[in-house]
Write a protein that binds this ligand. Structure first.
Ligand code: PGA
Length: 251
């Protein structure tokens, strides 16, 4: 029995203005497979206008980060409560660009994920090793520690998705071997089993991210514990994301 629907999540990062909403409209029109869930995590400035443009039930709009408090004296920050208010359904937390550039720890990522879950939204928790850690054969150790420390107690398959993104594969065109992806996704799944129990672990989605393109998506999506992708660069053009989503069939 099929336990998990594929999720394709686009991450626009700090790209996109109101003019870019034409890509959102194009994507919205192209989606027609109810088995596949697609979310575009947009810059905060265009979330609300994008939400207003989306007509299909298959496309959701999300954010790329949030503060761990609901409100208060945090100049320049945006909370999960505010993102919910403008119609976001998903929030990425712990992206490696934030872990690295802003020193976000797994402990903070856990608080952010909790804030997202408390608002009734879906969180995508990102984990991944550096190139150096990979070369030192530390991938499993690093990634599993991040999953353990970043995941709130309340996390389950209905409110949380894990995205495995090797840092050295992000925006570089480099992708781990299929065997390596399969192995680490399997390790994350068995860790989830230990922390959350077999039922939740079999239903929680684990995405792969890092240089996913129309040309490599099919092979990656065929892997047993891969339930979709977190896509950066290739999500900026609707046509590329539609192409990637086409490969997300139910096996
Ligand atoms: P990429 O980015 O697809 O451009 O490698 C992925 C990500 O950072 O989420």
């Amino acid at each position: 029995m099929k336990k998990r629907n594929y999720l394709i999540a686009g991450n626009w990062k700090m790209n996109g203005t109101l003019g870019s909403l034409r890509e959102v409209i194009e994507l919205d029109k192209a989606l027609n497979n109810p088995e596949i869930e697609l979310v575009l995590c947009l810059p905060a400035t265009i979330i609300h206008p994008a939400v207003k443009k989306v007509l299909s039930t298959h496309l959701r709009i999300g954010a790329q980060n949030c503060h761990h408090h609901q409100e208060g004296a945090f100049t320049g920050d945006v909370s999960a409560k505010m993102l919910k208010d403008i119609g976001a359904n998903f929030v990425i937390v712990g992206h490696s660009e934030r872990r690295q550039a802003y020193g976000e720890t797994s402990e903070l990522v856990k608080e952010k994920a909790s804030a997202v879950i408390n608002e009734g939204l879906m969180t995508i928790i990102c984990v991944g090793e550096t190139e150096e850690q990979k070369n030192n054969s530390q991938t499993e150790e690093i990634v599993c520690a991040q999953v353990k420390k970043s995941m709130p107690n309340a996390a389950n398959e209905k409110n949380t998705v894990i995205a495995y993104e090797p840092i050295w594969a992000i925006g570089t065109g480099k992708v781990p071997s299929l065997d390596d992806i399969k192995k680490i996704h399997g390790s994350i799944r068995s860790l989830l089993g230990k922390i959350k129990g077999e039922d939740v672990s079999q239903r929680m989605r684990i995405l792969y991210g890092g240089s996913v393109k129309p040309g490599n998506a099919k092979d990656i999506f065929c892997l047993e514990d891969v339930d979709g992708a977190l896509v950066g660069g290739a999500s900026l053009k609707a046509a590329d994301l539609v192409e990637i989503a086409k490969y997300a069939q139910v096996y």
